[in-house]
Design a protein around this ligand. Sequence first.
Ligand code: UT7
Length: 331
Amino acid sequence: MGHRIAAKITGVAGHVPPRTVTNLDIEKIVDTNDEWIRTRTGIRERHYAGPGVAASHLGTEAAKKLLESKAVSPEEIDMIVVATVTPDMFFPAAACLIQDRLGAKKAWGFDLSAACSGFAYALTVGAQFVGAGTHNKVLVIGTDVMTSILDFKDRATCVLFGDGAGAVLLEPASDAEGIIDFAHDVDGSGGCNLYMPAGGSLNPASAETVEKRMHYVHQEGAQVFKYAVRRMSELAVELLERNGFTSRDLALVVPHQANLRIIRAMQERLGVDDSKVMVNIDRFGNTTAATIPLGLMDAVNEKRLRKGDLVLLIAVGAGYTTGAVLMRWAY
Ligand code: UT7
């Protein structure tokens, strides 16, 4: 049995920028077509932020909606953990910018970089502080403006991603509710298959790095695809089994939304049917750290979650990173 974490999600909200970009719109930018994108990825449209709109802006909007819906004042927030690979800038952290915009005066916080697994990592981190009894209200935010690092000359990557943010509130829980257990791992040998080569200390920005298009997402799609299917299903089974569950006990799986074919292959290995799997990649594309909270948002809006439901969040991302969080839905 895993060690029970005394923390629960008590609210969720999301925010995507208003501009919708369909596959037909993308056809005008690169050599691709709606049929390829739909059948190979499941994506129909995604949202793009405009100039001047960064990860902290989307994250702040998601957090504001969340706090309003819960009638929680920003001053009550103890901590803000932000998962992102597209922070506004290297420093200060997006968490600091969000803290200021929200007016979350007593909160501390930081950013965490685990790409598409970022939200699961951030949720686990935030839950530790609530579970320890030292923090009562923790905001966990996943936010990414992927368009800021997309190469619109690379059709194999630019069609996949969208911009967005999602946020949850973590609060103390009793033994019978909330987060049950988590599992995370890293396989750094996969780092070369999904990365942004320049802009960091290895290849600081220069005219050459710009000219060589090194400030964009580079991906070996087929490698990532295979790893994602295998590792998400393995980790999910491990997490369920060590807590005495099987996939039949799950009411809902909220997977990272990178590719509908990855999701379907993963759920087949798990033995879970479509009705128990949250899918909204058709509307948002891959929003990296935001996919899971946006999935939770839609699940709540569509009334697919009931108090007591066993819910699994699962993601694989650049790193490679893998994250899974198992919980009893608490409201
Ligand atoms: O969240 C972060 C983790 N990322 C992921 O999980 C993404 C994982 N990978 C994938 O989702 C898939 O590998 C992709 C969607 C990126 C690619 O799908 P695929 O089925 O692996 O296609 P492929 O890369 O093997 O390419 C098949 C063909 C190629 O043409 P040829 O060489 O067979 O003639 C590509 O050039 O499809 C072509 N292609 C495209 N055609 C039209 C690649 N991208 C496009 C495109 N439109 N956008």
